[in-house]
Design a protein around this ligand. Structure first.
Ligand code: AMP
Ligand code: MG
Length: 426
């Protein structure tokens, strides 16, 4: 692991994709840019799905317990339903023997009553017979079938699951806005709901532009590079719970960019492009092509990597589009900081952004003034080690990171031992 170690010179944010302009007046803050992107997002209409299809999606309704959970008093153990009085004082020295007058298995819907002075064999989950006060676990008995000898006792209520002991009828089991995990699915199923209203999985179209891009798996001539962004961003969108369509090989030609975007609108809830949004004039074809539409904002954001950014809406249906810079690390960081929350907003989930933790720096670092740095790093327990190789093209370094150190705009250096804010990568 090419991690920084204490004693080495500070790790420096060496992203040279865009130099810090004089004064910060021209730069939008990360918060402003994110808020402006989120303002373009309209939450997707809910759809009704079967439980098997709902995992990982966001619930669009409160799921209510129609009946109490459990819905009837039942046994928590395999054992014998008895009256408390009949087993009071039972012990190894003073065993109590009772006649076994019946057996109730889970799923038995019959109505039974327990007479004083007798026991009914009962299985876990079986409905408690009327008048039974507790269940003696089979382990405290000789396991008899005609008669049972009991060598320990307990109070009334022992090993009984009372109706409503988990949830009352009418109680909200899983609230609207919950991203459904297996335990939520279980609660919904246990309450008898076969289908639920959820937000659909957002469809993300990922487009990569650039004359230099070649498809991985094909030969390369000097001057070209293999396209990594479109695979990375599509994978990141899927990791965030979306459906991703990758549309690559778009040349630096304004007509081709516009035509491709138009073609893709039909299957997109969000479009994400990479490349072509810097300051390079006609070479920055995403920017020059989309700028004409009048629904886009291109700006510099006070962050490193990832300064040139754009967003807006496209087409009759005002599909949101986010245009990320082309440098792979810039594109990746921008996805996590801006696109992930936007994907959350499409699903009415404000919690899709990355988790932040505090960790102790193991090495010093430097950061440019006026810009928030996102430094690739390795988080180990509560210690964070910045990696060497912080250029925004250094995708190999990115592959070694499991976290990003965020250095505030007003901080230009940090020492080993200082606490740092860390975004944990998914
Ligand atoms: P651009 O933002 O188009 O000026 O690109 C900035 C840098 O990112 C250039 O070095 C590009 O070659 C590189 N780049 C752009 N698109 C991709 C991509 N899809 N995969 C890998 N690198 C890219
Ligand atoms: Mg380019």
């Amino acid at each position: 692991l090419a991690a920084q170690v204490p004693g080495h010179p500070p790790v420096t944010n060496t992203d040279t994709s865009a130099t810090t302009p004089p004064g910060n007046g021209a730069l939008a803050s990360v918060e402003t840019h994110l808020a402006d992107i989120l303002a373009t997002i309209v939450t997707l209409q809910p759809t009704r799905l079967g439980l098997s299809e709902a995992e990982g999606l966001v619930l669009a309704e409160d799921v209510i317990a129609a009946q109490a959970l459990p819905s009837f008093d039942n046994s928590a153990m395999d054992g014998y339903a008895v009256h408390a009085e009949d087993v009071a004082g039972a012990s190894e020295q003073n065993p109590v023997t009772l006649p076994v007058v019946g057996e109730i298995a889970a799923g038995d819907t019959g109505a039974y009553a327990l007479a004083q002075g007798s026991a009914i064999r009962i299985m876990t989950g079986a409905m408690l017979p009327h008048a039974a006060e507790l269940v003696i676990p089979v382990e405290w008995t000789d396991g008899g079938t005609a008669r049972v000898t009991i060598t320990a006792n307990a109070d009334a209520g022992h090993a009984i699951r009372l109706a409503g002991g988990d949830a009352q009828a009418g109680e909200v089991l899983v609230p609207r806005g919950t991203r459904l995990k297996p335990m939520h699915i279980a609660a919904i199923a246990a309450a008898g709901h076969g289908s639920i209203e959820v937000r659909p999985r957002p469809r993300v179209v990922v487009l990569s532009t650039g004359d230099e891009l070649a498809e991985p798996g094909t030969p390369l001539v000097p001057g070209r590079i293999w396209d990594s962004n479109s695979f990375m961003i599509a994978a990141a969108a899927r990791e965030a719970g979306c459906i991703a369509y990758r549309q690559a090989g778009i040349s630096d030609n304004a007509d081709e960019v516009l035509r491709t975007i138009e073609d893709q609108l039909v299957r997109a809830d969000l479009l994400v492009t990479t490349g072509g949004v810097s300051m390079g004039g006609e070479h920055d074809v995403v920017k020059s092509a989309l700028q004409q539409l009048g629904t886009m904002t291109f700006r510099k954001v006070a962050m490193q990597p990832g300064m040139p950014q754009g967003f807006g809406t496209i087409g009759e249906d005002s599909i949101p589009i986010i245009t990320l810079p082309g440098n792979p690390v810039s594109a990746y960081v921008s996805f996590q900081v801006f696109v992930r929350p936007a994907l959350g907003a499409l699903q009415d989930d404000a919690g899709l952004g990355l988790a932040t933790v505090r960790a102790e720096l193991t090495a010093p670092l430097r950061s440019p003034p006026g810009r928030r740095s996102y430094l690739r790093a390795v988080l180990t327990g509560d210690r964070i080690t910045p990696l060497t190789g912080q250029g925004s093209h250094q995708i190999a370094t990115l592959g070694r990171a499991n976290a990003l150190i965020t250095v505030p705009e007003w901080v230009v250096q940090m020492q080993a031992g200082e606490p740092a804010d860390v975004l944990v990568l998914p």
